[in-house]
Design a protein around this ligand. Structure first.
Ligand SMILES: O=C(O)CCC(=O)C(=O)O
Length: 295
């Protein structure tokens, strides 16, 4: 088996399922109590009661273009919450790390953190997340030692825009990504697989609060429009083995995201000159288990 390690946690059926499909859904992994704490931490940030270094607060394009409203309804996503102890607790939950270890091995870095607050769609379908591979954003390898955990903070359904995956696509290669040409606009950094064929067989991952899906960074996935009036919430972390290494993405399909990420980093950290894509990731990464060998 190439994608999973032998531990005493995964059943043979679960291992085979991940090997074949590139994702694994675990029911009821995070308690209601923990999720309610994450929700309260999110609300405090939205009310601007706490300041978190490095945190990126994003707004949906449909909202960003309208008048700014300073409350949680304006926030579509928090990114890089590694300096918020309450939210970052998610990344070190022992029951999550036990699963993560099956994909990364014992040295574990939390590399990328997000809380997604998918807003009710304002009619322009901008709440969709285009189909993409997360590896597009990462200048580190090997891909097989990277995994995402994504936990539903409430019931997620096709109606409120659950995750959609293309099973087995983790066995392919990294594809070219671009901004999709959507009439209503597309959110910042939401690149999609170029020339994506919507006829490919898809699976909608409907989940209950606390259910968690682990998936491979080459798995093509996205999420649909939120057709309800509620804000669909999920919390996620991308983990990588502490033994992963950085690569130079110059001259590869990832050069477009490198340029965009560096532009943002220059504005965010005020850095200039000798600052590289890998530095963006070195700053974000936090060790959560074992040793930080080379990341
Ligand atoms: O939570 C979602 O709607 C999709 C998140 C996602 O695919 C991502 O941020 O890479």
């Amino acid at each position: 088996m190439r994608y999973t390690f032998e531990t005493d946690l995964l059943t043979p059926e679960q291992r085979v399922f991940y090997e074949e499909n590139g994702f694994l859904l675990v029911k009821n992994l995070v308690s209601d109590e923990d999720i309610d704490r994450f929700r309260r931490a999110f609300e405090r940030i939205c009310r601007q009661e706490v300041e978190v270094p490095g945190l990126v607060v994003m707004r949906d394009v449909a909202i960003a273009k309208s008048e700014f409203v300073p409350d949680q309804k304006a926030v579509s996503k928090l990114q890089d919450f590694q300096e918020d102890p309450e939210l970052f607790r998610y990344c070190s939950l022992p029951q999550i790390l036990k699963y993560v270890e099956c994909f990364t091995g014992p040295n574990i870095m939390a590399m990328h953190t997000m809380l997604i607050n998918k807003p009710p769609d304002a009619g322009k379908k901008t709440s969709r997340h285009p189909m993409h591979q997360d590896l597009h954003y990462f200048p580190f390898r090997p891909a097989d030692r990277i995994v995402c955990s994504w936990t539903a903070m409430e019931k997620v359904t096709r109606q409120n825009g659950c995750l959609v995956v293309l099973p087995g696509t983790h066995k392919g290669t990294l594809q070219e990504h671009d901004y999709p040409e959507w009439e209503g606009g597309v959110n910042k950094m939401y690149h999609g697989v170029r020339g994506y064929d919507p006829q490919q067989p898809r699976v909608h991952l409907e989940m209950e609060k606390g259910d968690t899906v682990f998936f491979h960074p080459l798995l093509i996935h996205g999420s649909g429009m939120n057709q309800t009036q509620g804000f669909r919430k999920a919390i996620s972390c991308h983990y990588a083995s502490g033994d992963c290494y950085y690569i130079d993405v110059k001259g590869t399909t990832q050069e477009n995201i490198e340029n965009e990420a560096l532009d943002i980093a220059v504005r965010k950290y005020g850095v200039e000159g000798d600052f590289h894509f890998k530095d963006v990731w070195m700053i974000r990464g936090r060790l959560v288990q074992g040793e930080r060998v080379s990341l």
